[in-house]
Design a protein around this ligand. Structure first.
Ligand code: BES
Ligand code: MN
Ligand code: MN
Length: 473
């Protein structure tokens, strides 16, 4: 294949990146000081502040039409563009500025919202998930714009509610549809299989999140005076939750696997070609001594389990705190249940099956309330064609080694609907969440050497993608 590279221009852009990398990291730190936790409902001043910071940053680097997209009662999204590369393709770049709650303060080695560098990593809530995702693009865009201009047209959308399921994407899509046309989507919010190993994600799981509450009596009772005939709500809930997996490690909900698509040979070969070391996996995940691998016992590959099979997790469970506990019968108990879905499971059907199962398995006639909190669809693509080849070359230039194709056990609600609305355009998913980044946990961190490599890769990516056939030319 003959590729004409515009090397002198790229060299200038890369020089600009190196000269200003410290400033970019400083901006990333400033953004990471803003506690934009989307789980705290709107109107949330921190999310406004973070949207405003993003908008100002976009303007500063030379993007145009930077605007906070507001819908009443929704955490703000931010948009900007640069549309002066006549005849060249348009890229839609996506990242999110909202973050997960910080978790337990005592478990952070440095405060969650005081980004701190240690051993080549930057620690803080949201640094890798996903403020770095935005910063990668901002650094690369700034360098091009300050060096004279971009080889592609750019539209940037920075989500403000990804971590709670981007429930209002549909509304934004409807309202801003005409602005969002693009030939390629680039998302910087996924993982690398290992530090320093550039990875392109070809599949995301979906998720269905359900809250369940069980109630038996209308006030706490002395467990000696009443214990026996009076139903124990926490025990009822635990019985129900315990029934959701069987001895083989499968999710025990009728019909749940009916639509699960068997792995095709191409995907299986791709999986089998990836490096995997069980000891390292256990160590990165923090398995304690004697703890065994869970999930379906007849599936050996952990990647297959994480990327291509459904999974269930109880992410919150409460009945009564240990502090101040007394011998009582606790009247009610609550849990949050997440089921990760894969092709061709249906999110609404999965939610319904889970809710029905919880009702059916409730012992002693306890009252059960269920509420579906969020849903996101799975997504899978065939990572072939010009755009993926361009991404492979760009990542090889930035990281100095060949990339791998990986799936992702996590979910990004944006991908499926936007790829569809834009007519099935290629979506390139790359990112910096390495196995020890602790996204969603305490001591979340970003590997700074990979951040630099990702910025360089994105510089090459814009250049590579500028040579794709543009439908507008
Ligand atoms: N960046 C993650 C998705 C991800 C997870 C990518 C793991 C790579 C590896 C994203 O911010 C996320 O956490 N998504 C939520 C979505 C949900 C609330 C709909 C998730 O997966 O829990
Ligand atoms: Mn993310
Ligand atoms: Mn996340």
């Amino acid at each position: 294949m003959t590729v004409t590279t515009n090397t002198p221009a790229i060299d200038g852009v890369l020089g600009h990146i190196e000269a200003h990398l410290d400033e970019t990291i400083e901006k990333l730190k400033q953004l990471s000081r803003i506690p934009g936790v989307s789980a705290d409902p709107p109107p949330n001043p921190a999310l406004k502040e973070s949207a405003e910071f993003v908008r100002a940053w976009m303007t500063e680097i030379g993007l145009e039409n930077a605007e906070i997209l507001e819908i009443e009662g929704v955490h703000p999204y931010v948009y900007a563009d640069w549309l002066h590369a006549e005849g060249a393709p348009t890229l839609l770049l996506y990242a999110h500025h909202d973050v997960q709650p910080p978790g337990r303060p005592s478990h952070w080695k440095s405060p969650a919202f005081e980004p701190t560098e240690r051993d080549g990593r930057l620690y803080g809530r949201g640094v890798v998930d996903d403020k770095a995702g935005a910063a990668i693009h901002f650094a690369a865009l700034e360098a091009y714009i300050k060096q004279g201009g971009l080889p592609v047209n750019i539209k940037v959308i920075i989500d403000g509610e990804e971590e709670i399921g981007s429930e209002n994407l549909g509304a934004f899509l409807e309202r801003y549809r005409s602005r969002l046309d693009a030939e390629v989507i680039v998302l910087t919010d996924t993982a690398n299989l290992a530090a320093g190993l550039p990875s392109i994600t070809y599949a995301l799981r979906g998720i269905v999140i359900v809250d369940v509450e069980v109630a038996a009596i209308d006030h706490p009772l002395h467990s000696g005076i009443w214990g026996g005939p009076v139903p124990d709500a926490p025990l009822a809930l635990c019985t129900m939750l315990g029934s959701l997996v069987d001895a083989e490690g499968r999710i025990a909900i009728d019909g749940l696997y009916d639509k699960v698509r068997p792995l095709d040979d191409t995907v299986r070969e791709r999986l089998e070609g990836l490096p995997y070391d069980e000891a390292e996996f256990r160590q990165d995940a923090g398995f304690l001594d004697g703890v065994q691998m869970a999930g379906e016992q007849d599936i050996r590959s952990p990647y297959e389990k994480i990327w291509h099979r459904p999974a269930i997790a109880i992410s919150a469970l409460e009945a009564a705190p240990m502090k101040g506990a007394s011998n009582q019968i606790v009247p009610s108990a609550r849990a949050r249940i997440g089921i990760r879905t894969v092709p061709d499971m249906d999110a609404a059907e999965t939610a319904e099956a889970l809710c029905k199962t919880l009702h059916e398995r409730a012992p002693w006639g306890v009252q059960v309330k269920v509420e579906v909190k969020a849903k996101a669809d799975w997504w899978i693509t065939d990572p072939s064609g010009e755009a993926f080849e361009a991404a492979e070359r760009a990542l090889a230039s930035g990281f100095g080694r060949d990339s791998v194709y990986i799936g992702c056990g996590g979910s990004i609600p944006f991908v499926e609907p936007f790829a569809k609305v834009l007519g099935g355009v290629p979506a390139l998913l790359v990112g910096l969440e390495d196995p020890i980044c602790n996204a969603h946990s305490e001591n979340e961190s970003l590997l700074l050497s990979d951040f630099r490599k990702a910025v360089v890769s994105v510089v090459y990516l814009y250049d590579e993608l500028s040579r794709l056939g543009s439908s507008k030319s």
